[in-house]
Design a protein. Sequence first.
Length: 465
Amino acid sequence: MKKHIDIIAALGDQNLFGSLFKDQSTWESWKVALKAIFALPMDRKELKVYRKFTGRKKPPGIPFKEIFLIIGRRGGKSFVSALIAVFLAVFKDWRTILSGGERGYVMCIATDRKQAGVVLNYIKEILRIPIFKSYVINETKEEIELKNNIIISVHTCNYRSLRGYTVLAAICDELAFWRSEYSANPAKEILTAIRPSLGNVPDSLLLGISTGYSRTGPLWEAFRDKYGQEDKELLVWRAGTLDMNPTYRKAVIDTALKEDFSAARAEYFGEFREDLETFLSTEALDVVVIPGRYELPKVEGAYYSAFVDPSGGRGDAMTLSICHKENSDKIIQDCIRIKKPPFNPQECVKEFVSVLNSYGIREIEGDRYSGEWCSSSFRKEGIRYKNSELSKSDIYLEFLPLVMQGQVELLDHRQQTSEFRQLERRTGKGKATTDHPKGLHDDVANAAAGSIVALRKPKRGPMIW
């Protein structure tokens, strides 16, 4: 196999990548993007495409160290990520980089296991081409070892799992959507962890490829600061779905625009949503989270409130937060309890009631979950359950000024802090709403905000007996 072949030549060879395509004429924009990534010569027509999607005038003279591709949904991102990974692993000569039996890694980092599986399946499909089969030594669920001491691996976005490797290239799939249990946007943490490894490797590549989303995180910052700039080390490419995949049905996009214009512009046109913003900044939370405080004992004579975010034992966790109010009108969070699924809801209620009893609490507030179930379950255990008068979004709205004015003290609880950081405020034609991003949770944050908001105004009678 030819080692000194460029990726465009490999696409044109039916024995190599060419066999993967039915009609390469629909991939013309991607070919220009690949030429930009690897600093290959462009003709006049291709240069026009390059200028359109990068905002630049001059074609690249040398390969970039970092490239961010902002591409509309169904534009072919995952397949191209896999294609680049295989090309770098098979055709790039890394022998001068790796010493002895050292193994180098071409990493594909995805949002979650499901998305990582999509990328890995594309990689496996490419490596099934007859000419590549002899290169594969071993294959697991997350790694493919090649005979040239290169390992193509897929990882979920967890910065702890990415240290200690000799990384030759990192391909970050759907970068704008990276979330984790403990961080609002771990993209920064992951890039911080992986850049030192890449920095020691000549010709290494950091490729971030994603649909656009909110105006936060490294993808947005790269677009904001570098798009259209003649930067020698970093390139930003932005294009819509139909620009990169002209076979996609335009009618689907038209329908999406009618249903939710802002979301569709981000999904299919490579834009960032103007109707999304971070609900609470890290700086604001840092002021009210008390480091090293994990739980407080009962304070005699204090005025307590408790809020529960119920669950049926599957899917979501059931959470409890307890707070009290000081004479200074500052609201102090005392206790957090989390019951992760699967669990028996009635047993969970008993556990929570035991905690409530330890603080002398006889009344609890929560949302209108499953009709009468919560009320009757807590009533059986001697606790009055009161349905919250506010919706979850309204609770967050009442909670925000209390935080911004420094009137609360939150426990140092990693998951709670993460959930507050992840909350998004959506503005549109109707009322602004606050909620967690799709696929994530805010069970702890909801209970905490509810217990705090319950104490924002004086009550007629105490909730502690």
